[in-house]
Design a protein around this ligand. Structure first.
Ligand SMILES: C[S@@+](CC[C@H](N)C(=O)[O-])C[C@H]1O[C@@H](n2cnc3c(N)ncnc32)[C@H](O)[C@@H]1O
Length: 510
């Protein structure tokens, strides 16, 4: 029956309109966007931004041979998703799969391989030719980040196109500021750095860069990279890039420059250990211009060949964008040790706060009204001003040592080979003392958090790898302890810390 069995998302054809204004829509196809209370249908037309409102008797399901009608096997682009969870899918290509649910089609996303149920209204059908034309355009304009995303997972990429992309990326001289997000400027006291050109949303990709050189981590890493640089610069185009973009990067303290070459000093100041290839180090000339902050608002997701910098939180227009050169969960002292030789002391807001009082060394008093401090510069004997309980810093540090030893054991081969149920029993007494407070190790110290994380992990492995009646309880315990971990991290360096976890970024598409 015409019109009456149509739901939101169905592809329809308009027919039988007789008014002068309406008759121009006869024969047009579109998708049902909404059904109004008065029973009329709002139609989103394929080729026009006009959305006619039509009675159901003037609509019929588009014939399957209609070029707009989306079918299993079609290539589609996702568009117009507005929810926080769905937005990132916009502009992604997918393939329509069997198994539609009411009002939605099942779409396999090319870039990630995931299947998502998406309304037809949010899908734009494309031919292979249109996609390849778009890809060629991106290559010509040098938008390699978008090109790479477009081609990822597509079944029909011509070899010449993928080879051209691979060659451009491998040269190591390509970088792009994405979507007009950043500008490289002088930053007082820090040399160069990036500021935002507009408001940025958490998760947005800001900059894409390719590795100029990379090698395995090891005692000769800088010398190997120096050799690679020299070899690359035999080509004139690369030599120009090297002179203007590499040799102008920040180098270490002048004392170091007297005993080593300028290039080695630059490499020592700018090379990253890469996140996705942890056995590698790489030089990304454009990423190297980001300054450091211990409460960074961006994160460099790096592999041995390329890097994407993303915003970790919403950022105001004009703010400096910084990444962290060290793990953000480390206590201040450990973080500073990692900057040794880099020629600066971090003076970010977090460091200023933590010089006075590092939250990772606070031990709450039993009365709940006061916290003691086990920080290096704190007094050895402390007394709670509310309940007069005494606290001995050395006892607290001794308990922290116990926690550290347990964590060290958890990193051994013996622990990795152990049955997770036995590991739970090994960890339990210490974890229980931490929770009920008889272990005086600071509750939000990196090591204490690590202990809880290990306990959560042991429960997770027990739930997923050891069959038995304990499995659902182990799952519950794993999540409960993971929550404690995230809460403790948020106490140290603000809400949303879980988003500073590299695993969060590695699980997002990029
Ligand atoms: C990887 S580079 C960052 C870009 C650099 N500002 C430039 O002009 O190329 C590292 C150098 O930048 C400076 N820098 C980075 N973060 C800083 C900070 N938080 N405070 C002061 N200097 C910083 C230091 O000189 C450091 O050796």
């Amino acid at each position: 029956m015409d019109g009456y069995d149509l739901t939101v998302g169905t592809t329809v054809e308009v027919h039988g309109l007789i008014s002068e204004a309406g008759s121009r829509f006869n024969g047009c196809t579109g998708v049902v966007a909404q059904i109004n209370k008065d029973g009329r249908y709002v139609i989103k037309l394929r080729d026009s931004s006009t959305q006619p409102v039509v009675k159901p008797c003037n609509l019929r399901k588009a014939s399957p041979t209609c070029p707009d009608c989306i079918e299993v096997g079609d290539l589609v682009e996702i568009t117009g998703l507005t929810s926080e969870r769905g937005r990132w899918l916009n502009e992604h290509l997918g393939c329509v799969m069997p198994g539609a649910v009411i009002g939605r089609l099942s779409v396999k996303i090319c870039a990630t391989g995931q299947e998502k149920a998406i309304k037809e209204l949010n899908l734009l059908k494309h031919t292979k030719e249109v996609i390849l034309e778009r890809a060629q355009g991106l290559l010509e304009k040098g938008h390699l980040y978008d090109l790479q995303r477009l081609l990822r997972g597509l079944p029909f990429v011509p070899e010449c196109l993928s080879e051209a992309l691979t060659a451009r990326l491998a040269e190591g001289t390509h970088s792009e500021i994405l979507g007009g997000t950043l500008k490289l400027v002088d930053i007082s006291g820090k040399g160069k750095g990036y500021r935002t050109e507009r408001i940025i949303s958490a998760g947005e990709a800001l900059l894409f860069d390719t590795a100029f050189c990379s090698t395995y981590k090891g005692p000769r890493e800088y010398h190997e990279m120096e050799t690679e640089c020299k070899k690359k610069t035999e080509r004139k185009a690369v030599a120009d890039f090297f002179a203007t973009q590499v040799m102008t990067l920040a180098s270490g303290p002048s004392m170091m420059r007297m005993i080593e070459s300028q290039l080695i000093s630059i490499l020592k100041t700018n090379v990253f250990q890469t996140i996705r290839d942890p056995d590698h180090v790489a030089l990304f000339p454009a990423v190297s211009r980001f300054n450091h902050s211990c409460c960074a608002n961006a994160f460099a997701d790096t592999s041995k060949t390329q890097a994407t910098v993303r915003a970790l939180c919403d950022i105001r227009a004009g703010e400096e964008v910084c990444v962290s050169y060290c793990p953000v969960h480390a206590p201040r002292q450990e973080r500073m040790e990692q900057f040794f030789g880099k020629g600066f002391d971090c003076n970010c807001e977090r460091c200023k706060r933590e010089v006075q009082e590092d939250p990772q060394f606070l031990v709450p008093c039993k009365c709940g009204k006061h916290s003691f401090s086990a920080q290096q510069n704190a007094k050895s004997m402390q007394r709670c001003p509310h309940c007069s309980l005494d606290f001995l810093k050395e006892t607290s540090l001794g308990h922290l040592q116990e926690v550290e030893e347990m964590n060290a054991f958890m990193r051994t081969q013996a622990a990795a080979a152990e049955n997770p149920l036995n590991l739970i029993e090994t960890l339990k007494p210490l974890v229980e003392r931490v929770i009920e407070g008889s272990c005086l190790a600071p509750k939000t110290h990196n090591q204490t958090i690590q202990l809880l994380n290990n306990f959560s992990g042991a429960h997770y492995f027990a739930a997923t790898r050891v069959p038995g009646p304990h499995q659902s309880a182990s799952f519950a315990a794993s999540f409960a302890y993971k929550k404690k971990v995230l809460r403790a991290q948020a106490t140290n360096h603000g809400q949303g810390t879980c988003q500073r976890d590299m695993n969060y970024f590695m699980s997002t598409e990029c």
